[in-house]
Design a protein around this ligand. Structure first.
Ligand code: ROI
Length: 167
């Protein structure tokens, strides 16, 4: 990937209900077909153990890199609409299973903290199912806190993360 990381937006996708592999593939398509979004790269699709309650199916996770001139909140409107289009019920249990989750992980070099959105994503630095796919699409990424992604990964257990399919 030749783009400057500071121009890119990274999204984390996750699903563990209703044919999750297909959910992630279709959601990636929906993003790439949006007029205001240019899909730059998408990671493999990973199988991951649930973080949180264990009495739910394993997840499928991926990370995509996009370019957009949208604001972060306008992009959030779009990702939330895609989640709803895919049958996501908004008030579902915070740590429970979901048809589709699209998180804004990094938005260019911006730090955002308001009632709708916190970027960088608050959990990204501890979640193997975010960091390994992120490394696949941006191996040289330096996080806004100054940490090299490669260095951070040395401390993050894979926790049975496996590649299920290429994107
Ligand atoms: N666990 C995994 N492995 N992947 C996710 O995408 C995911 N999303 C969630 C919680 C419930 C925190 N657990 C997850 O929202």
């Amino acid at each position: 990937m030749t783009k400057q990381h500071s121009e890119l937006v990274f999204l984390g996708l996750g699903a563990n209900l209703n044919a999750p592999l297909e959910q992630i593939r279709k959601a990636t398509n929906a993003l790439s077909e949006h007029a205001e979004i240019n899909l730059v790269a998408s990671s493999s699709l990973y199988g991951s153990k649930p973080m949180g309650p264990q009495d739910q199916p394993d997840y499928v996770n991926s990370v995509v890199a996009i370019e957009t001139n949208l604001s972060a909140l306008a992009l959030l409107d779009i990702t939330q609409k895609i989640e709803l289009d895919f049958g996501r019920v908004r008030k579902e249990n915070r740590w429970g299973p979901r048809t589709l989750d699209i998180d804004i992980i990094l938005f260019k070099d911006q730090k955002i903290d308001n009632e709708r959105l916190t970027v960088p994503h608050y959990g990204m630095k501890t979640r193997e199912f975010v960091l390994y796919p992120l490394h696949e699409v941006a191996p040289e990424l330096c996080l806004p806190c100054g940490t090299e992604l490669t260095e951070l990964l040395k401390t993050i257990d894979k926790n049975s993360l496996t590649i299920l399919a290429t994107s």
